[in-house]
Ligand binder design. Structure first.
Ligand code: SF4
Ligand code: SF4
Length: 423
């Protein structure tokens, strides 16, 4: 499982200018050098050059990075501290491989069926009415703050995973103009089924026959966040094979994190003569849903959504994919909708994958800044195309008692088309 260590060029030329510090959410809260991009680059260099031991303490600073990539954008000499922090986690795994990661990312996330079984208790919790009872009796208030927040983070959980409900082929309405594959992310299938169902309706309405292969695996981001590139590649190989068989012109996803990871498949196999070309061909087809919809002649929705809406840029969409105009343009197509720009819309919300669990206090502080900005807009809806951001934002809004609905931009488009009623 030995991973290639970061090359000298990835850290050596840091001139310690500090330009990246102002953009870093973790530095802003802690104000310590080790919690900054510059500090992480210096620690990585010392660790790789043998000046410091690659201790759990040192590696913890790499896990403390929220991966928002704001620093990557600012560095004048092209250092990418976010990428370096991820690679360093892989170095740590090379030294002390962890069995639970192999089980979780290799055994569970590669097989959608196993993941569905593992999350059955959550569906029973919602479906049998236990959750409703917990809230009715106020039992949630007795939980420790972090557990309470984690529970509140769960959206209304669907009775069945969407993967089980969706047909393999969703036919285009009124004539096929495009044939696209749909990459259904794990969180979308298990937690946000309504959103992806809306995405499928919007695609079909716009002349797309949609193939949703049921055997697809997780995109690989969770394993990547824990330094297990071997498992990421295992999942990537499976997804490449599955979508090759579909024969589609584009692979669309409505999850910003999945999209950002899928687009990197080519880089994950750089130098691998057996897979690089296939991975690059796959990655070139991948589009975020807003990106895809703004590429095709989109049918203007006839309905209206009367609401003041603001928009939060998921890091994996804005920086990971350079997609930020398209979701705004898409919202701009909806009559009645007033889009108010969110100050610091591209500032991380603090979700950062599992960091909202492992770095709970910091994650909350980062979220507070976002919520202050949302409050200032007066919006009653907050649109964002990433399930991780949505869960984080929802929890914070509920905690503050702010009457703001968190939605995927495509959900609003679907509503303007008439939603399920229009079918
Ligand atoms: S990716 Fe974000 S959190 Fe990590 S070092 Fe860069 S700015 Fe800081
Ligand atoms: S990582 Fe880049 S921006 Fe940050 S201190 Fe080093 S050279 Fe400057």
């Amino acid at each position: 499982m030995e991973e290639a260590k970061p090359k000298e060029s990835e850290y050596l030329h840091c001139i310690r200018c500090g330009l990246c510090l102002a953009a870093c959410p973790t530095y802003r809260e802690y104000r310590t050098e080790t919690a900054s991009p510059r500090g992480r680059v210096a620690l990585a260099r010392k660790g790789l050059e043998g000046e410091l031991e690659l201790s759990p303490n040192l590696l913890e600073q790499m896990y403390g990075c929220f991966g928002c990539m704001a620093c990557d954008d600012l560095c004048p000499v092209g250092i990418r501290p976010a990428e370096l922090a991820l690679s360093m986690r892989g170095v740590g795994e090379g030294i002390r491989p962890s069995r639970w990661k192999k089980w979780l990312f290799g055994g569970l996330l590669t097989h959608a069926g196993r993941l569905e079984l593992a999350t059955l208790p959550l569906r029973l919790y919602e479906g049998l009415g236990v959750r409703r009872l917990v809230y009715l009796l106020g039992l949630n208030r007795l939980l420790p703050a972090q557990i309470r927040d984690l529970e509140a983070m769960l959206p209304r959980i669907p009775k069945r995973p969407l993967r089980r409900v969706l047909p393999e082929v969703t036919p285009a309405r009124s004539g096929e103009r495009h044939r696209v594959g749909f990459f259904l992310g794990c969180a979308q299938s298990l937690l946000f089924a309504d959103q992806s169902a809306a995405t499928l309706r919007v695609l079909a309405r716009n002349g797309c026959t949609v193939i949703t292969p049921k055997e697809a695996a997780c995109c690989g981001m969770p394993a990547r966040g824990y330094g297990r590139m071997d498992l990421v590649r295992e999942q990537a190989r499976r997804n490449i094979e599955v979508f090759e068989r579909c024969g589609v012109e584009r692979i669309v996803t409505d999850c910003a994190t999945c999209g950002s990871t899928l687009k990197e498949y080519g880089a994950f196999f750089a130098g691998d003569s057996g897979w690089e070309a296939r991975a690059r061909a796959f990655a070139e087809k991948v589009r975020d849903i807003s990106e895809f919809l703004m590429e095709i002649p989109l049918v203007k929705p006839a309905g209206r959504v009367e609401a003041v809406v603001t928009y939060h840029d998921p890091c994996h969409l804005r920086r990971g994919q350079r997609v930020w105009r398209q979701p705004r343009s898409l919202l701009g197509l909806i009559d009645g909708l007033e889009l108010v720009e969110l100050p610091e819309a591209d500032w991380c919300c603090g979700s950062a994958g599992s960091q909202l669990i492992t770095h709970y206090a910091l994650s909350r502080k980062v979220l507070d800044r976002k919520l202050d900005n949302v409050a200032g807009t007066g919006a009653r809806m907050l649109a964002s195309g990433c399930p991780g951001c949505q869960m984080q934002l929802n929890t914070g809004l509920r905690r503050r008692g702010m009457p703001v609905r968190v939605v995927h931009p495509v959900t609003l488009l679907d509503e303007a088309y008439g939603g399920e009623d229009a079918e």
